[in-house]
Every structure is written in structure tokens, then in C-alpha cells.
Design a protein around this ligand. Structure first.
Ligand code: NAP
Length: 313
């Protein structure tokens, strides 16, 4: 599977309607995007599926030229459920196959759509490698059956990857992980590169429109970091473009979201030429280790803080 240097996210963050997102997907196909990051839990795959069909029918693009991802949500980890979830995404997206199918989170903990940051599910439990492998076995069978071309993981840590990779019959080709200049995750990023797993960076602009439940007063905005602002000024572009250039130059695939044509068009077109070594060194030194998607709504009883989710406690 050949991945483009950048893709488009499709999570409306409880703020943008499925129609707004799917219209943006159509516009993005027209302007040249070839990778779309979808997920069952984003609640818009049916609308996006209509747009894919329209794009194929209009001859705008061929199916084989698009890379379409989707993800199994946390409430579909049970025996047989992964297949059901994949079948639903295939039907909604109006596809015969998904190019890259992810396990969205590595545990069966889920929250109700639109919940607030304090909400907890009493059935939540910590990551368990054996439980995860039961999900992964189902993912492998989806690939065997040709329903998905490749499989991937998301929201993992080095510790979690080390506990499951030796048991994978089919290894993940990609890991979706939070990556932006304020949260560079060098250890996990380097581990993926060493293991031949492609890092796909979510929230690449620092997710200014993320849901309220994912915002805390300590959060640092990547586009307001002085180093990013200064490089953006010198190059005469928006700081968002520098965040994306940083991602592409570093060797991860950013999947920025936007429903605005001027934004998604510039995100694709202004990010092909790399940053210089000096600019990359300045940004590397500016890392704030500031995770935005902390996942606190997935915490289980007895956990101390969201850091437990990321093996940092
Ligand atoms: N695997 C996972 O668990 C996971 C988790 C989170 C996200 N994701 C994926 O990653 C994708 C991207 O993450 P995200 O949507 O949270 O964050 P993001 O891409 O970092 O931020 C999106 C926001 O950035 C702003 N923006 C985009 N392009 C811009 C530009 N050129 N200039 C100025 N502002 C710009 C827009 O806000 P304004 O409206 O303010 O302009 C947009 O709503 C998601 O859509 C989803 O597909 C995956």
C-alpha cells in the first residue's frame, strides 16, 4: 500500500455535521486528496459513502486510487463483533473493501457520544494483552477474507506494542497516534520507524476544534508556539501549514481535518516542500510533551489519572 504524504481527517468533533464533513470530502477529492481517515464512531460514514459513490460515478477518481481507512469502535470488540462492525462500515461507505482498518482504542471502554469529560463507564477496564489479541485475531481474519487490505492499531504505547507484536500473525502496517509540534512522542515515533510501522499523526494542527471534553487549562496550542509562529511568519504561511510541513518532513502522515475549502486545499498544496534541518531542530527542541487527547472518559474504576491509560503513571 502506497500512502500519500498527507490525508484528510473526518471527525466532526461534535461540532460539524455529517453533511459538512462529507461535502468537504467531496471537495477534497476534487482538489487531489487520496487518503481519508474514517471511523464508525464519527457517525458520518453513511454520508461520506454517498460522496465516495458520487465521486466514482462522476469519474472524479477511481476506487483503486483512494486509500480509505475505518476503525472498529470500543463497543465492538467482542467475539464476532469486529466483523459486524467492518460489515457496517463497508455498507455505509459503499465499498467492497477498506484499505486500512484500525482498532480505534486498545480496550473495550467506550463513552456515550457527546458525553462530558467527567463521564465514566463502570464497565471500563485496563488494557489486557490477551483481550486485545482476541480483537486482533478478528482483524487478521478480515484481512484474510479480503474485506480489508491492511490492518493497523491506534492509541498504543511502546509498552503495549511490545506486549502484542510478538503474537501478531499479521503485523500492523500503521499506527495512528497523536502527533503535533507540542506533542512529538519521539520514543513511540522512533519505535514505529524501527518496527516498520508507519506513523499516522492525528490532531496534526493541535486540534483547535476538538470536543470540550478533551480540553484542559494546561493544554498548549501547537499553532501558538512561538517557534511555529516565527517560522510561519518567515515563510508567509499560516502556523497550521508549518505544523503539517513538520509532520511530512519528519516522516509521519498527517491527517488534518477541515470543512473549509481554503484550509484543506492549502493543507494539501503547501506541504509538499520540506522544512530545513535548522527549522526541524528548532521544532524538535520546542516539544512540550503536551498530550491533548488524554482519553480520561475511558478510565476504569481504581485508575489514578488519565496517565494510567498511557502507561505513564
Ligand atoms: N485515532 C484516533 O483516536 C483519532 C483521534 C483524534 C483524531 N483522529 C483523526 O485525526 C483527524 C485530525 O484530527 P483533529 O480533527 O482532531 O485535529 P486537527 O486536524 O489538528 O485540527 C482540525 C482543525 O484545525 C483547523 N485547521 C485545519 N486546517 C487549517 C488551516 N490550514 N489553517 C488554520 N486552521 C486550520 C480547523 O479549525 P478551524 O475550524 O478553527 O479553522 C480544524 O477544525 C480527525 O479528523 C480524525 O480523522 C483520530
Amino acid at each position: 500500500m502506497k500512502l500519500p504524504h498527507i490525508g484528510m481527517g473526518t471527525f466532526g468533533s461534535d461540532q460539524f455535521t455529517p453533511e459538512q464533513v462529507s461535502n468537504a470530502v467531496y471537495g477534497a477529492i476534487k482538489c487531489g486528496y487520496r487518503l481519508f481517515d474514517c471511523a464508525a464512531v464519527y457517525g458520518n460514514e453513511d454520508k461520506i459513502g454517498q460522496v465516495f459513490k458520487r465521486a466514482f460515478d462522476d469519474g472524479l477518481v477511481k476506487r483503486e486510487d483512494l486509500i480509505i481507512t475505518s476503525k472498529v469502535w470500543n463497543d465492538m470488540h467482542g467475539s464476532g463483533d469486529v466483523l459486524i462492525s467492518c460489515a457496517k462500515s463497508l455498507k455505509d461507505l459503499q465499498l467492497d473493501y477498506i484499505d486500512l482498518y484500525f482498532v480505534h482504542w486498545p480496550f473495550p471502554n467506550y463513552h456515550a457520544p457527546g458525553c462530558d469529560g467527567d463521564s465514566r463507564n463502570p464497565d471500563s477496564r485496563p488494557f489486557c494483552p490477551e483481550e486485545f489479541m482476541q480483537v486482533w485475531r478478528q482483524m487478521e481474519r478480515l484481512q484474510d477474507a479480503g474485506l480489508v487490505k491492511n490492518i493497523g492499531m491506534s492509541n498504543m504505547t511502546v509498552k503495549k506494542l511490545e506486549s502484542v507484536l510478538p503474537h501478531c500473525r499479521i503485523r500492523p502496517v500503521a499506527l495512528e497516534m497523536e502527533l503535533h509540534p507540542a506533542f512529538q512522542q519521539p520514543e513511540l515515533f522512533n519505535y514505529c520507524k524501527k518496527e516498520g510501522i508507519t506513523p499516522i499523526g492525528f490532531c496534526p494542527i493541535g486540534s483547535p476544534t476538538r470536543p470540550e471534553r478533551d480540553k484542559t487549562p494546561e493544554d498548549i496550542s501547537a499553532t501558538q508556539m512561538p517557534e511555529i509562529v516565527e517560522i510561519a511568519k518567515a515563510r508567509g504561511v499560516h502556523p497550521a501549514i508549518i505544523c503539517l510541513k513538520w509532520a511530512v518532513t519528519r516522516g509521519q502522515i498527517p491527517i488534518p481535518f477541515s470543512v473549509y475549502e481554503n484550509e484543506y486545499e492549502s493543507n494539501l498544496q503547501l506541504t509538499t516542500d520540506p522544512l530545513t534541518d535548522d527549522e526541524m531542530a528548532i521544532i524538535a527542541a520546542a516539544d512540550k510533551n503536551c498530550r491533548l487527547i488524554k482519553g480520561q472518559v475511558f478510565l476504569w474504576e481504581g485508575a489514578d489519572s488519565w496517565k494510567d491509560i498511557w502507561d505513564e503513571a
